[in-house]
Design a protein around this ligand. Structure first.
Ligand code: C5P
Length: 236
């Protein structure tokens, strides 16, 4: 079953928690990203936990192994249910992160970002150098395999790479999929996008949805429509 994670990329914690209250029981998982964490720190996680919610703390650590391990230990202690690092930090860094996550009780899921869903062939070529092979559909499965071998519980990827990643990492590996756009909504800065139904049919464990919910005129209606789309796609 695909779970919906609503991204709380709001300008303040008050607005974020207002959105949580508006969405009520229809959404269980929320994502705290760098904006909210820079504004309010672990309080954001604690407030969500007080409301009985599950928290994906999306800070995408990318640093030397020792620094990342210490940061993962710190955020895991805040009570987050899922935390993440960048796979491009390397296997040694991911192993250090996985070891740090294990020290926490309860242990959060530790996830690696493969290739950002805001990147395409051109932006990846620009970042990696013009001689390197630059297709996200080649890099994402390779990084996912490396992440699995380094003790990660799953990866963040686009819906476009789900099948290739399942082939190398198997069915138990968690796939968290942002870049979700219900049909008719604005793509914004995302490039490798998919509808909730497409991501569900391909086998995403979680879809991450930000602007299509928090910037909607009626966020509860938008979230309910996405949940209904997931349910229809699951039955097919
Ligand atoms: O507003 P939108 O639905 O595009 O938000 C997607 C959310 O998922 C943002 O908070 C973004 O930081 C996050 N994300 C992403 N791509 C990744 C990892 C996380 O878009 N690879």
């Amino acid at each position: 079953m695909t779970n919906l994670i609503a991204a709380l990329d709001t300008p303040s914690l008050e607005e974020g928690l207002g959105l949580v209250d508006k969405l009520g029981d229809s959404v269980e998982w929320f994502k705290v990203g760098s904006r909210l964490f820079c504004l309010s720190g672990p309080t954001a996680v604690r407030e969500l936990k007080k409301r009985g919610k599950k928290v994906f703390l999306d800070l995408k650590f990318h640093d030397i192994p020792n620094t990342v391990a210490n940061a993962v230990e710190a955020v895991a202690g805040s009570g987050a249910d899922m935390v993440n690092v960048h796979a491009l930090g390397g296997s040694e860094m991911m192993r250090a992160a996985a070891g740090a996550a294990k020290k926490s009780n309860p242990e959060p899921l530790i996830i690696a970002v493969t290739v950002l869903t805001s990147m395409n062939d051109d932006s990846l070529r620009e970042a990696l150098g013009s001689e390197a092979p630059c297709a996200p559909e080649t890099h994402a499965p390779r990084l996912a395999e490396m992440a699995k071998n380094s003790g990660m519980d799953g990866v963040v990827c686009s819906a476009w790479e789900i099948e290739a990643i399942r082939r190398v990492a198997g069915d138990d590996f968690k796939l968290i999929v942002p870049g979700i756009r219900p049909s008719g909504t604005d793509i914004g800065d995302q490039k490798r996008v998919a509808t909730p139904a497409m991501a569900t049919e391909k086998g995403a464990d979680f879809i991450v949805v930000g602007r299509p919910i928090y910037a909607a005129r009626n966020p509860a209606e938008a979230a309910n429509a996405i949940t209904a789309e997931i349910a229809r796609a699951t039955k097919q």
